[in-house]
Design a protein around this ligand. Structure first.
Ligand code: ATP
Ligand code: MG
Length: 745
């Protein structure tokens, strides 16, 4: 079978374009990723380029893996010399190969977001900075957005005292990172960008090497990523970009849809190819998506059609509570898997924010349904794993102060906070790392610190020449971590996870072709890097999918953001409530891109909803809850405006559709923002708020049987009007207003 079979004429034209830059602008499920992958395979198969001449960028590690998998199933080639990955992954690869030119230590470590915050906090201690006034998170954000615009401290314009201080802190942070040999995510990109700028020989080498550059999800590239692509491709560059402006959902991280038109200008793109046939979803799902997104004003404009049938209607469920919503999902999953024979891995549950997954997870767990969570607290972010990784990092680079601080007294070895402070002072005075400052200490503290240093030295010595998995195993045991958690009666999961880390190292070694003898692994000229350093950067970059047992069929849980580019037979989009989805911060707000442009935050939420809906191939369930426990509080929400925007004829309500739900969430939300938002579906209901409500929300009332309570919500009208009251220990009740004998207290 030819690679080109099964492509429609527009897709075929795109796949077989001559060597020129092109932009494929097309909606969800129209085959953009398929076209991109087929083009790579076709270029190689027809001898226009070797695997080493291709560079492809995707948005997630999962997508990159999928792409490599698809290519190797089409062609019998070794994909290792192909550069396919995320921006971060590719920049890491480049910096590993040219660490010296980039001014980095060979074994530089990558800080994830949490590491970055603890690095900032450590710096604050040394510099005596008020963490209330200059919040670590704010500084991290400030540094991140500066780097994403390609700005070093000297390039940032500070217009007031506060920002001048932020710039100084940015500078101090950079110095600390450089001293410790660590880089954060944004640094990977900026460093690689600067490297290409400063080193002409290197730049020309890569420009000649990568004859074909392909970018998926182009709408979500930020300024620096775009400039990086431009620099890498060079004057003769050829970039094949695919994207969908309706799926731009990363403006909050600096993504610019405007990169699309800039790309067309910069690369003299002759024709913009459109793909309009959707091959993913049934008609009802597609219609819902088209109608929904038409509510956005800022669009390049395009429509999708399908010749698949309508399929089943989209089912909508109004739950009483988040528990009830989870119960509904479990029931449906059971039906789907038993009666319809659907595989669990064909089912996805999507939500707006990670905090929402807990209730669903609990319900799945209780029902004995295997599931896997993508994103959230990833495997490599769990505390015990981070402890183990810190030990491993110290073996590789003892100057890594973050790792040092994390484990110097974990498990406890009687090294107190005072000693660490002293050590920190010495290190700062001398401008050296904590590890190197140990010999400068005196007294008892020195002895215990010295013992820690000996442990690290001994481990380094004893693991020399071991295979990766053995090495990890040895460190987990000899560091005392395993024993520490084994002694903890609640430490069972953590012990399991530590063992899983050894497995992860073993599979990594196999996947990357590292064999027992470390010396024999330098087979790949580009990989002048130890297996351990390679594994550690993998750990920092990878969204670990190791949570559910490997190979087990599991229901997939993830945020709508994480679902981008993926597809499933059946999708549940949950928590469709005002304040949740759209997110409460979005209503009436704009997101500034930092370059003077901005986007409407609610439009961005709507695009996210569009992404969520268009993941479904055959079945789509939408649900929301009248009340939900979130961040330790019960919250009452209105039905999401996005539900009201969907065309009624493709929906099937499993619970009666109510004209509106009034609740206390109404009052809790900013009433101004409702008035600002012309498109809000429940706008009519707002005026009815003033209708017959004898007891305003929040007033105390007395009931003959249930005693005293507080009014929480109303629903319905006239004789059917009901009132919801929280009777404290007697619970929350819905009562018919006309019948309930209430009095004010
Ligand atoms: P998204 O915007 O969500 O990333 P996309 O445009 O990248 O979507 P793909 O994931 O490439 O779309 O394709 C969607 C689905 O349609 C896939 O299952 C793909 O295999 C299928 N598909 C694409 N083109 C064709 C075709 N010509 N014939 C049959 N199936 C196709
Ligand atoms: Mg895609």
């Amino acid at each position: 079978m030819s690679l080109l079979d099964n492509l429609n004429p527009e897709q075929l034209a795109a796949v077989t374009l001559p060597r020129e830059s092109a932009l494929i602008l097309a909606g969800a499920g129209s085959g953009k990723t398929k076209v991109l992958t087929a083009r790579i395979a076709w270029l190689i198969q027809t001898g226009q380029v070797g695997p080493g001449g291709v560079l492809a960028v995707t948005f997630t590690n999962k997508a990159a893996k999928e792409m490599l998998h698809r290519i190797s199933s089409m062609l019998p080639i070794n994909t290792r010399s192909m550069w396919v990955g995320t921006f971060h992954g590719l920049c890491n690869r480049m910096l590993r190969a040219h660490w010296r030119e980039a001014g980095l230590p060979q074994a530089f470590q990558i800080l994830d977001m949490q590491d970055q915050l603890s690095a900032i906090k450590r710096m604050y201690k040394v510099l005596n900075i008020d963490a209330e006034k200059f919040q670590p998170k704010q500084l991290a954000y400030f540094i991140g957005s500066a780097k994403e615009q390609g700005l070093r401290p000297k390039d940032v314009d500070a217009f007031d005292e506060y920002h001048r201080m932020m710039v100084r802190l940015y500078e101090a942070y950079e110095a600390q990172c450089q001293r410790e040999g660590v880089v954060d995510f944004a640094e990977l990109l900026l460093r690689s960008f600067e490297l290409l700028g400063a080193n002409a020989a290197l730049r020309e080498h890569y420009q000649q090497r990568f004859r074909y550059i392909l970018v998926d999800e182009f709408q979500d590239t930020n300024t620096l990523q775009y400039q990086w692509l431009k620099r890498l491709s060079g004057p003769q560059g050829c970039i094949f970009a695919v994207g969908d402006d309706d799926q731009s959902i990363y403006a909050f991280r600096g993504a610019r849809v405007a990169n699309m038109s800039q790309f067309e200008r910069d690369f003299d793109v002759q024709n913009r190819i459109k793909l309009e046939q959707n091959y993913r979803s049934v008609g009802n799902v597609l219609k819902a998506a088209n109608v929904l997104i038409a509510n956005n004003k800022a669009r390049l404009g395009k429509d999708l059609w399908t010749d698949a049938g309508e399929g089943e209607p989209i089912r909508v469920y109004e739950a009483i509570s988040d528990q009830d919503e989870a119960g509904f999902i479990i029931d449906r999953i059971k039906k789907l898997t038993t009666e319809e024979g659907m595989s669990r891995s064909d089912i996805a549950i999507l939500y707006r924010s990670n905090a929402q997954s807990r209730v669903v997870e609990q319900a799945l767990f209780n029902a004995g349904i295997p599931y896997r969570v993508y994103g959230g607290l990833r495997f490599f972010e769990r505390a015990e794993i981070k402890h183990a990784l810190a030990y491993l990092r110290l073996l590789d680079n003892a100057d890594d102060d973050n790792s040092f601080s994390r484990v110097v007294n974990f498990p406890t070895r009687g090294i107190g906070a005072r000693s660490i402070e002293q050590l920190q002072d010495l290190a700062t005075q001398q401008g050296i790392s904590l590890y190197r400052a140990i010999p400068l200490m005196d007294g008892r503290a020195q002895a215990s610190l010295q013992k820690f240093a000996q442990l690290i030295e001994r481990l380094r010595f004893e693991t020399r020449g071991l295979g990766l998995a053995e090495l990890v195993d040895k460190v987990v045991v000899e560091s005392g971590l395993l024993q520490h958690f084994e002694a903890d009666k609640d430490g069972e999961d953590r012990v399991e996870n530590l063992k899983e880390l050894v497995n992860a190292a073993a599979s990594f070694a196999v996947a990357e072709g590292y064999f027992q003898d470390t010396a024999a692994t330098e087979m790949d000229a580009e990989k002048l890097i130890t297996p351990l350093a390679d594994f550690l950067s993998h750990a920092s970059l990878e969204a670990g999918d190791n949570a559910a047992a490997a190979g087990e069929q599991a229901v997939q849980l993830m945020t709508a953001h994480a679902a981008k580019g993926l597809e499933f037979h059946c999708v549940f989009v949950t928590g469709l409530e005002e304040g949740l989805f759209p997110h409460e911060n979005s209503v009436g707000n704009t997101i500034e891109a930092g370059d003077g442009t901005s986007v409407e935050a609610v439009e961005e939420e709507r695009r996210l909803m569009y992404v969520a809906i268009t993941r479904a191939r055959e079945q789509l369930f939408l649900s929301y809850a009248q009340q939900r426990m979130l961040h330790g509080q019960i919250r009452y929400h209105l039905r999401s405006r996005f539900l009201d925007e969907l065309p009624e004829d493709v929906l099937k309500w499993l619970t009666p559709k109510r004209a509106h739900i009034a609740s206390s969430g109404w009052d809790a939300l900013d009433a101004k923002s409702w008035n600002n938002t012309a498109s809000f579906g429940g706008g009519k209901a707002y005026t009815q708020k003033a209708a017959n409500r004898p007891y305003p929300i929040g007033t105390g009332v007395e009931h003959a049987k249930f005693g005293q309570g507080v009014v929480v919500a109303y629903e319905g009208e006239g004789d059917d009007q009901r009132i919801q009251i929280n009777f404290g220990r007697q619970g929350m009740k819905w009562l018919m207003l006309s019948l309930a004998k209430l009095s004010r207290v």
